[in-house]
Design a binder for this molecule. Sequence first.
Ligand code: COA
Length: 377
Amino acid sequence: MSDKIIAPKGLAGVVADDTAISKVMPEINSLVYRGYKVQDLAEKCNFEEVAFLLVNGDLPDKAQLDAFTAVERGERGISADLKAVIERFPKEAHPMDTLRTAVSFVGMEDPRIWDDSKETSIEKYISLLAKIPTIIAASYRHAKGKELIDPDKNLSISENFFHMCFDKVPAKEVIRAFDVSLILYAEHSFNASTFTTRVITSTTSDMYSAVVGGIGALKGPLHGGANEQVMHMLKEVGDPEKAKQWMLTALEEKRKVMGFGHRVYRKGDSRVPTMKKYTEKMASFTGEEKWLEIANILEETMVSEKGIHPNLDFPAGPAYYMMGFEIDMFTPIFVMSRVTGWCAHIIEQRADNKIIRPLSGYNGESEREVKSISERS
Ligand code: COA
């Protein structure tokens, strides 16, 4: 075993490869996408600009953004076959499961599935960026027994998503907060779902398979699924008066409290202050201050008792709730955003590929003799 590297459990602290897409710097509480601070991108750009940046390497100028936006808006429609498939989905299915299946179907419909040139990959990426919101909204409307709403080419990605879900574009404050959440969720180096997409890509499988794998990994409550669990928790607490005791009991019972902790950040998540600012804006805009009050008490108690800080899912969950989304829509919204990071990593992995295939230690039975069925009876 001496020539082998024994990795720590969960690959904690292991640098698995290089990337030029983003850098997480926990020691200075910072995250950059392609060299730009995520906080600055959130304040100065819209989600479309960041979606262009992650895959192309730099922010677009006006002409580049117009061209990118025109292609994205033209790709939002889904086929009649896919709509028919969505209409057969069980109404009680979780939207992450319907999304996983629908993205797989989009892959089956693409005759260029095996074309992995950079140019075609970027076209597929823009198509996924455009279609995923349509799929999420269509599945939502189907589950509610409502007519599907076609995408509107005159609207931004965020505006169009509300339009397709609710037949209404909300106030600009809501759109801005939603857009900021998409920017903050877009990319985060080798997190579990992104690493999954790279592992799948490393086998020279196709982009759709990698994205479907990413959706599967993101669904887990220890990863993207945490934003849903945060809102379930806030509802369970229900009252700011009960929040402190709720947290003390949870800690005493050694429960994992959703929306807290992070594998990389130990002193706080670089994205939280920006998201929190927009969650606060949502609370004053909607008048639903209660969720924020509960969240603040939970955070204060967790930080003072354990020194564990909230992650992005903690402010994002209540923000989506106040925007009018049902809780099981939160992780699919995360996919709408993270598909940008996934596709950037898929393209990067392909450009300098080596199959990702670690070794395993063996802690099973030592070698033993196989006896035939009659000898075993
Ligand atoms: N609630 C309670 N305790 C927590 C905690 C949480 N959310 N997150 C970490 N801890 C505790 C652990 O129990 C552990 O304590 P111990 O040393 O006494 O055993 C210590 O903090 C270190 O945590 P660890 O489990 O080693 O962290 P990890 O890097 O393996 O896991 C997460 C990171 C994100 C999976 C973990 O913090 C977690 O499950 N958080 C809740 C889910 C969540 O919000 N996920 C979204 C991540 S962006």
